[in-house]
Design a protein around this ligand. Structure first.
Ligand code: AMP
Length: 439
């Protein structure tokens, strides 16, 4: 990695703006998973201990831009409004906006994160209830060396996702040094993740320890893997992972495909897949990838048997009657929702023989415990892969590994699903590309 990090700059007495990823899951105002907070601590502690005035910022969830004069509806609300007769639309829109103004500041405030940070950091963290307003201005001005201020949810302002110049200028006015440590949003090109630096508003821009670690582990595994290198992909759709599949085929020895994605590959192979998930316009792509694997002498492993159901469970975790069949026996009126027992063994054997394993995406509808066996089998096999570098690319797979208690058996669990997928695609992340290069 040739980007500067916090250890390459003098932070003593400087105001340092740190973009963190504090987008933590919340229930009834309580943080239910602190991983992202814990992941940010090393950088924050380092800055505090080295005499910086630390200004923290982050987004939380997908709020409306409630701190702007004109609050926009989200896509779903907009669609619902547009479906109404013209004379009812204005009032319905007003209703949504009122609700957003009432709910978002309660549900999507970063205040609980500030409270938790304050506990973890010896009472040295203040919270500003806005970002560009008087509270942030006052709290930033009052911040002393070795102290922190956490600003309110950046996405309460349209300027964050809209890369608004004035919004960036305000953020830049709070700092002498910019630090990006939000790996989970490093693939987004927003005001606080990239534009503030790209517009030339902060000259000193470096990464924090979390981004440094994520990149070191994942880029190293992708660029210099110890072979055999096995990549495991799952999740819902082929369309979301086109470049990932192609790029990983170039790098790995074995590509395992499970989850909803696998049925499009199976259909491309000529199997009848019943009512299973399928991307019909990606059949040609799947054929090309299977040919590419053959031409390159790579193994592309697909399920050989599958767990099927008549009705997709509703709600998703409802009890469901299942059957396991070979992939050439899926009845027309049933759908595949997990990999079967034989496939679990096939995939696990490939993983256990590997020296490098990366994984992104569940093998089935893992939200339902009856349909989680395939996903569990991958987590188990990775936990048992002795002497292998094992990397979980965030998202659902990371959650599954944590829930199963295998977290400490993995080399690395990424804090960013989307960001690590883009690394797997071979893309340069905008939140990292904009940072200062090492001399
Ligand atoms: P992704 O967001 O692409 O990683 O996909 C995750 C989602 O894929 C999860 O919500 C799973 O329930 C879903 N999924 C995995 N396998 C299947 C399948 N065979 N059929 C339908 N949905 C699936």
């Amino acid at each position: 990695m040739n980007k500067k990090s916090v250890t390459d700059v003098d932070v003593k007495g400087k105001r340092v703006l740190v973009r963190c990823d504090f987008n933590v899951p919340m229930k009834d105002g309580k943080i239910t998973d602190e991983n992202r907070i814990m992941g940010a601590l090393p950088t924050i502690k380092y800055l505090m201990e080295h005499g910086a005035k630390v200004i923290l910022c982050s987004h939380m969830g997908k709020p409306h831009n409630i701190f702007d004069a004109k609050v926009k509806l989200n896509k779903k609300e907009k669609k619902a409004v547009e479906a109404l007769p013209a004379e009812e639309q204005a009032q319905a829109a007003e209703g949504y906006i009122e609700k957003a103004k009432k709910n978002d500041p309660v549900k999507l405030t970063l205040r609980p994160v500030a409270d938790r940070l304050n506990e973890l950091l010896g009472g040295k963290v203040a919270f500003a209830g806005d970002v560009t307003g008087p509270d942030a201005e006052a709290k930033v001005a009052a911040c002393k060396e070795g102290e922190c201020v956490l600003l309110e949810n950046l996405r309460f302002y349209a300027g964050e996702e809209g890369r608004d110049l004035e919004f960036c200028k305000k953020l830049a006015s709070y700092c002498d040094i910019y630090v990006n440590d939000a790996f989970g949003t490093a693939h987004r090109s927003h005001a606080s993740t990239a534009a503030i630096v790209e517009y030339g508003l902060v000259k000193t821009a470096v990464c924090g320890f979390l981004i440094q670690k994520e990149l070191e582990v994942m880029a190293d595994a992708l660029e210099h893997p110890v072979h055999p290198f096995v990549a495991v992909l799952g999740g819902a759709k082929v369309a979301d992972k086109l470049n990932v599949i192609s790029n990983l085929l170039n790098k790995c020895d074995t590509l395992i495909i499970g989850g909803g994605m696998a049925y499009t590959f199976l259909k491309a192979e000529g199997y009848e897949i019943g009512r299973s998930l399928v991307d019909d316009d990606k059949l040609g792509y799947c054929k090309d990838m299977m040919q590419k694997a053959k031409d390159m002498g790579k193994k592309l492993l697909l399920p050989v048997d599958t767990v099927i159901v008549k009705e997709f469970p509703n709600p998703i975790d409802a009890p469901v009657e299942v059957k396991t069949v070979k992939v050439n026996e899926i009845p027309a009126d049933m759908e595949g929702v997990d990999i079967g027992e034989e496939t679990r063994k096939l995939f696990a054997d490939a993983i256990k023989g590997a020296k490098t394993v990366i994984w992104n995406g569940p093998m089935g509808v893992f939200e339902n415990p009856i349909l989680a066996k395939g996903t569990i089998a991958i987590a188990e096999a990775m936990a048992e892969a002795k002497d292998a570098t094992t990397i979980i690319g965030g998202g659902d797979s990371a959650a599954a590994v944590q829930q199963l208690g295998y977290a400490d058996k993995m080399t690395h669990i990424s804090t960013g699903g989307g960001a690590s997928l883009e690394l797997f695609e071979g893309k340069v992340l905008p939140g990292i590309a904009c940072l200062n290069d090492k001399d």
